[in-house]
Design a protein around this ligand. Structure first.
Ligand code: MG
Ligand code: MG
Ligand code: MG
Length: 311
């Protein structure tokens, strides 16, 4: 049966390009695999759309229900981020760089999870281990994912392995200037013009279970906070609306990639808990606080929040 390789819901560039990468590797190894994503091409985030176009990659096909399918997971292993009916699918492989989630299997499977900044970095090693050459377009996608996930090496999740992978992949992809590639992606990603506030909140958004409480966290990576100055009220209202839908807390990280910090918008049943988690004070006028150096949801926001929630 065809292995459907898919990344997490609300797919980002790593989820999309890692699905393409792993499907390519599996096919090169004689298996039958196809890249999928939990989005239509029309709904795909602008950064990933630009990456697919730039490197001439075919968009993965949409997969929202994996009942009865054989699947490989990239960039996640949480049931909450999987396509519907993951319990009725056979998971045959997981390649990831996040903490191990709650997906279970009936049989032993190949799992490769490493504490690096991006699934693309893990995949680059897997191609080398397998002795399979990475096609130029696929390398371009993986390269873009590493630059995106590590915020051009600035994120605390970035490791030497990620930097080494970029050095290798840029040569394969024929990219002379990764700085320029990153800025092109950032421009696409941070473009907010004409986008409804709720869509911006959900552009890179995840829900978490924190000690039985549902906590949502979105992140907008920006070249400057000025980009959202005019829509701050709309973003706050969108966060309030999402919180009202059964959540204890909704956070929106407005991350200034150049200043290397985050204006954290907080809507919570327990603001003091969030303040305590990040050692800040929420400004009542904006319902937000500046957290210097905060770049990564995975490495900086989630662990501190889990601790504060007593997880
Ligand atoms: Mg991801
Ligand atoms: Mg990733
Ligand atoms: Mg990401």
């Amino acid at each position: 049966m065809t292995i459907c390789v898919t990344g997490h819901s609300n797919p980002d560039t790593d989820s999309v390009t890692a699905a393409i990468g792993l499907a390519t590797l599996l096919n090169a190894q004689g298996q039958d695999a196809k890249a999928c994503m939990q989005s239509s091409l029309a709904d795909l985030n602008p950064e990933s759309t630009v990456v697919l176009e730039k490197f001439g990659l075919t968009a993965p096909e949409e997969l929202t229900d994996c009942s009865g399918k054989t699947v490989a997971l990239v960039d996640f292993s949480d049931i909450g981020q999987a396509p519907a009916n993951i319990e009725d699918a056979e998971v045959v492989t997981i390649v990831d760089h996040h903490k191990v989630g709650d997906v279970t299997t009936n049989n032993p499977i190949l799992v490769r999870v490493e504490p690096v900044g991006c699934t693309g970095t893990v995949l680059n090693k897997m191609f080398k281990d397998a002795g399979v050459a990475i096609p130029k377009d696929v390398a371009g996608g993986m390269l873009s994912a590493i630059l995106s996930d590590t915020v051009n090496f600035k994120s605390p999740t970035c490791t030497d392995d990620d930097k080494a992978a970029v050095a290798e992949l840029k040569d394969i992809a024929g990219v002379a200037d990764t700085e320029e590639l990153f800025m092109d992606m950032l421009k696409a990603k941070s473009s907010v013009e004409g986008v409804p506030a709720k869509d911006l909140l959900f552009r890179d958004y995840k829900d978490f279970d924190m000690n039985g409480k549902k906590v949502g966290c979105g992140q907008l990576e920006l070249a400057t906070l000025d980009q959202v100055a005019d829509i701050r009220d709309d973003l706050l209202n969108a966060a309030k609306e999402v919180k009202a839908d059964g959540r204890h807390t909704v956070l929106l990280m407005l991350t200034d990639v150049v200043k290397e910090g985050t204006e954290l918008v907080v809507v919570s049943d327990d603001e003091a808990l969030v303040e305590g988690a990040f050692g800040g004070k929420i400004d009542a006028a904006t319902s937000s606080m500046w957290v210097d150096g905060m770049m990564s949801r995975k490495k900086q926001v989630v662990p501190d929040l889990q601790k504060a929630f007593g997880c």
